[in-house]
Design a protein around this ligand. Sequence first.
Ligand SMILES: N[C@@H](CCC(=O)N[C@@H](CS)C(=O)NCC(=O)O)C(=O)O
Length: 209
Amino acid sequence: VKLYDCKTAPSPRRVRIFAAEKAIDLETIEIDLAKGEQFSESFRNINPDCVVPALELDDGTCINEVSAICQYLERVFPEPPLFGSTAVELATVVMWDTKVEQQGLAAMRDVFRNSTKGLKGHALTGPVSYEQIAELAERGRRGVSVCLQSLNERLNGSEFVAGNFFSVAAVSSIELVDFAAWVKITIPEEATYLKRWYDAVSSRPSATA
Ligand SMILES: N[C@@H](CCC(=O)N[C@@H](CS)C(=O)NCC(=O)O)C(=O)O
């Protein structure tokens, strides 16, 4: 199994953290996004969307999308469970992971891709050109802050994002906080529950993945 990775990019790091929590040793192949290697013909055969991460199985099957890769790894390496152990836990994990992905990380991508000079004409990932829209970056900043606030409220009374156990929802939330720091959005002083949680999860060995 090979992970097409980029050490500096947020999305593949989610898979690396997930794999580290399960002590899975994945062979990685570095795709240099800055050099445009995601657009090479060989990588397009792995992922026609031209994004990392991508997981290539030994039989040649390619799995794209962070959430699909994590679900595959969960099935093959069930311990420790990162999608909960019961039906309710599974649903709670997926609910929070989806919220963080669709409200927080999507807003963060809007900020980053619409405000980074090097991404002009490349405001959406993939082979098709899209112009940047400054208002989307501005709106995204608001969305990220709202999501951080919502996580803070959730973490008042809940040890982790999805309950009293570490899960894939925590992995996505760590990445949201760390990605937000790229554009100088930090945990607000008053978000004490989020800060307590972040200090705990970011000191886990997997966070260095
Ligand atoms: N929906 C995809 C998003 C993956 C994604 O956006 N990857 C970024 C790196 S964080 C990428 O490969 N960007 C390539 C580019 O900017 O051209 C997933 O969840 O796997």
